[in-house]
Design a protein around this ligand. Structure first.
Ligand code: 5GP
Length: 192
């Protein structure tokens, strides 16, 4: 029978380059599966339902909460986000590793429920750089950017509570570091 996979939680302030890192990592690791979250936020240009997120109504979100369908869920800025439990359980049972790209409140819920989860925090090289990236991305209004930066400052204070911190100074380097961390943790599990 195959070994149970590793649950990996990645948090980072928005605009930190997290999706690029996630894409790079998924390319390198065959047995790493991305957990597609559900959200009440509207799709951004280019986002595809079922690939980037499951875009759902507040009513559907409430129903999923009531039915215990989320491994974790949280409110972030003005929207709600949650990790559907079923697909995560299935992939882990099949021996695949699962990557959750979630904010800190949800991350700590997962950590409480699954103490073996690997907790990784991606840091921006600096706040000036983060602000620049959010503006250049051009996807949010100045008001939303301001709020995202406030949240980002608070989130970075939580980074200390994660198992590993990676600074996204250069994409390839950060992906390699993340890849090595997963490799190291997998070896530890296999030895146990
Ligand atoms: P965005 O709106 O920029 O896609 O995501 C905003 C924040 O929500 C990001 O920090 C992202 O990691 C987080 N997020 C995405 N999916 C989930 C989820 O399922 N649960 C939680 N708690 N946070 C999520």
């Amino acid at each position: 029978m195959s070994e149970r996979g590793l649950l990996i939680v990645l948090s980072a302030p928005s605009g930190c380059g997290k999706s690029t890192i996630v894409q790079g990592l998924l390319k390198r690791r065959d047995r790493l599966k991305f957990s597609v979250s559900a959200t009440t936020r509207a799709p951004r240009e280019g986002e595809v339902d079922g690939r980037d997120y499951f875009f759902i109504s507040h009513e559907k979100f409430d129903a999923m909460v009531d039915n215990g369908e989320f491994l974790e869920h949280a409110q972030y800025v003005e929207n709600r986000y949650g990790t559907p439990r079923g697909p995560v359980e299935r992939e882990l049972a099949a021996g695949n590793d699962v990557l959750l790209d979630i904010e800190t409140q949800g991350a700590f819920q997962v950590c409480g429920q699954c103490p073996d989860a690997l907790m990784v925090f991606l840091l921006p090289p600096s706040f000036e750089e983060l602000e620049k990236r959010l503006i250049l991305r051009g996807k949010d209004s100045p008001e939303v950017i301001k709020r995202r930066l406030e949240v980002a400052r608070r989130e970075c204070l939580e980074a200390e509570k994660y198992d590993y911190r990676i600074v996204n100074d250069e994409i390839e380097r950060a992906v390699s570091e993340f890849d090595s961390i997963i490799e190291k943790e997998r070896r530890k599990i296999n030895k146990q």
